[in-house]
Design a protein around this ligand. Sequence first.
Ligand code: KG4
Ligand code: ZN
Length: 338
Amino acid sequence: MRILGIETTCDETAAAVLDGDGRVLSNVVYSQIPLHRKYKGVVPELASRAHCAKIADVVASALAQAGCPARKPFDAVAYANGPGLPGALLVGRTAAGVLSRLYGAREVPVNHLEGHLLACELSDGKPRPLKFPLIALIVSGGHTELWLVRGYGRYRALGRTRDDAAGEAFDKVAKLLGLDYPGGPAVEKCARSCSGSAVEFPRPLMPGTHEFSFSGLKTAVSYRMQAKAGLNKADVCAGFQAAVVETLAAKTFAAAARHGVRQIAVGGGVAANSALRQRLEEAALKEKMTVRFAERKYSTDNAAMLALAALRKIRAGRAGAPARVNPELKIKSWAGGS
Ligand code: KG4
Ligand code: ZN
């Protein structure tokens, strides 16, 4: 069996092919970053148009790199039916629909954020299965969420951000500081030149809840910049990054303690951040817990993670029927239980 994954939820046009054991046979990502760079953020209409223009080439490359036979290149096609940008989602869903009819393959809709979690399993060989129960921290440009996960397809959403996502906060702070886009990697790089006295910022901990709020932190950076001209950007970046990392770590470990869970898995673009990885790894070691991250190439948006999510559904006999796109799609159990 081969599964084609198609990812077009935001600003990456991606396609990947996995075999029936979940090995990645190809993983093609066309990044639209150069297109959005001058706006320092994703322009939805430009993203949709670029997905339309690129999707056929990206899929063709993925099929060719995987050595798929022309007559029956894949048995199933996975796509994200949400969450994401409405126009961008429609391009992926339409491409998946056309390809499934053309090749008699089954369509498997998956939640993009579930893909970010399962990205933790992807490797150069067979996937490395997650151990359950676990607390999932999904941290991307559009989402910051904590879930209690009892097995494949057994999700309970614990909390999410009330305003900005962690990645969004990185992007906005980078913009404030005149750094490159996307902001996460730019802030991380700049923070490495910190003088040793990082600027102190508040930790938005929202005690007693599993929720997050990062917009105040971004505003604090803005006020601090206005209050003191000539602040060292690297010290601001280091302080901001530390506040985000500390908040994510504290809330994730609090959720694990609350639910008696010893495993943590972290997915989404912000999971590529070295400071976050280091902080969570150190805390896990101290607490004798385990933490899993998606490999960096699978942390940011890609289609292999969607194909793997689809494979888990197919193997469980829960592939489902084609589904409409839903930009606000929430994580939901598909395997029964909670
Ligand atoms: O998961 P992703 O590729 O797309 C969404 O689903 O949103 O995440 C993109 C987000 C952007 O906000 C980007 O700035 C952030 O992930 N990001 C990072 C890093 N690399 C990407 N944030 C912090 N540190 C990084 N190294
Ligand atoms: Zn994503």
